[in-house]
Write a protein that binds this ligand. Structure first.
Ligand code: UDX
Length: 453
């Protein structure tokens, strides 16, 4: 009988996502990529926002208690969720990991991969002598700005005096003061601690994985390698390795696909602000009128609870939807990747969460950028000023400005030029994923690194 050597045995990787949609999705996509590369997958997750294990029959799932308070979950304060998970999960996570490590019947566990925001996992991994690789789910350029927080304080940019200032941030071109990432939270001191711990514990890790690639962020990769002397794996975009993933926490309304099927090519503006952003009722009405007045067909995701003080669409004036005469379609949650890939979609008005931005680039769909907080502010500036694949809605939401931006993107030559540049970037990303491309090579390096532990 052939005896399998230690090095040729199948290895298991343990992944632990942060329990928010924008973080769960890329972690599960990475898990599928690594599984396709011959690794066995275990996912440890919190009880809150637990992924649907039915969609991943080939993975092993373990739930741990998170002690998240009702208040934190209901106000959707992402910083509070991250802080509490870091504070509350140390023991449950250590117990779960210890049990998995002691199970000698399983394949050997090569390493742990956890979200960068779960900084506490580094010391747990160290204590169990297990290498930890970090997944940062956002982009590299915004991470470098977060890592530069002490410098931004030293140079007097932080705390921000004028959040609307157009003054340049010399140290991080082409950012302006108003683009410096700020996360609104009830507890800014804890927010700051979270950020600094994320950076220091990433530096202490055995490697750093990105849902991005050198073709999109060449300069940032170079700087990152200087500032973070650990192995770097820019493997993304993850979702291009296989068909649309099924990690959605909310059920997707597929009526929008049949609605899109009836629209002319590149005629529709798709509007969605991701899984966390919430807006004021006045802003909601400006958007509604801006879209309606543009007379451009629109598909709009309004997440229940995302308009302050409203359950869903009650703030719309009576007869608004009827007046549109089929030109607008509103849903609670949509199959976004399919929408972006649909021939009728001509543009994406986004909050520039990294997943949405990447999904848009990968389908060659130009954007209207309206960031809300944190990394979105940096990403939006890169979309409009560096990659030049979107228009930036810089001012406060006003129906005339919105109407103008939608028309410029969907109807005018300027929009077509932006679309052409988006297609160029998409093609570069496609090449990156093929043999010989940088993302393809980064994935090979990552798998070799995991196998070497
Ligand atoms: C959060 C942060 O807000 C963001 O800044 C950070 O970069 C990632 O984490 P979120 O706001 O949810 O993410 O935005 P985004 O990163 O764009 O992720 C949203 C995901 O939900 C995307 O993968 C998108 O395809 C999906 N989605 C969105 C749907 O499937 N249906 C929808 O209707 C809307």
């Amino acid at each position: 009988m052939e005896v399998q050597s230690e090095s040729s045995m199948r290895r298991r990787v343990i992944l632990f996502p942060l329990p928010l949609q924008g973080h769960i999705t890329p972690m599960l996509q990475l898990a599928s990529i690594l599984h396709n590369k011959g690794l066995s997958i275990t996912v440890i997750h919190t009880n809150f926002n637990s992924p649907n294990s039915v969609n991943y029959p080939h993975f092993d799932f373990h739930s741990i208690p998170d002690g998240l308070s009702e208040a934190v979950v209901s106000v959707a304060d992402a910083v509070a969720v991250m802080t509490q998970v870091n504070d509350n999960c140390v023991e449950p996570f250590r117990d779960c990991l210890s049990k998995l490590l002691s199970n000698v019947e399983e394949e050997p566990i090569a390493c742990l991969i956890t979200d960068a925001m779960l900084h506490f996992t580094q010391s747990v991994a160290d204590s169990l002598k297990l290498p930890r690789i970090v997944l940062r789910t956002s982009n590299i350029s915004s991470f470098l700005v977060f890592a530069g927080t002490p410098l931004l304080h030293e140079k007097g940019y932080l705390p921000i005096k004028d959040p609307l200032s157009d003054a340049p941030v010399i140290e991080f071109p082409p950012l302006r003061v108003k683009d410096i990432p700020v996360v609104e939270t009830h507890d800014p001191v804890k927010g700051q601690h979270l950020l600094l711990s994320m950076i220091s514990q990433t530096k202490a890790s055995s490697g750093l994985i990105w849902n991005s690639c050198e073709e999109i962020e060449q300069d940032a990769v170079t700087t990152l390698k200087q500032e973070f002397p650990i192995p770097i794996f820019a493997v993304g975009p993850f979702h291009k390795y296989f068909p649309a993933a099924s990690s959605s926490l909310l059920s997707q309304d597929r009526s929008c696909i049949s609605w899109l099927d009836k629209q002319a090519p590149k005629s529709v503006i798709y509007v969605s602000f991701g899984s966390i952003v919430a807006i004021k009722e006045t802003e909601f009405l400006e958007i509604a009128w801006g879209l309606a007045n543009s007379r451009v067909p629109f598909l709009w995701v309004v997440r229940p609870g995302s308009v302050h003080g409203a359950e869903w669409l009650e703030a719309l004036p009576k007869g608004f939807l009827e007046m549109l005469d089929g030109r607008g379609h509103i849903v609670k949650w949509a199959p976004q990747q399919e929408i972006l890939a649909h021939p009728a979609t001509g543009g994406f008005w986004t909050h520039n969460g990294w997943n949405s931005t990447l999904e848009s680039i990968c389908e060659g769909v130009p954007m209207i950028c309206h960031p809300s907080f944190g990394d979105q502010q940096v990403i939006a500036r890169y979309v409009s000023d560096v990659w030049r694949v979107g228009l930036h809605l810089e001012k406060k939401l006003e129906k005339g400005e919105i109407e103008r931006a939608v028309k410029r993107l969907i109807l005018e030559d300027e929009g077509q030029e932006i679309r052409n540049r988006t297609m160029d970037l998409k093609e570069k990303v496609d090449i990156s994923l093929r043999p010989g491309g940088s993302a393809y090579q980064a994935l090979e390096n990552l798998v070799n690194c995991i196998q070497s532990f």
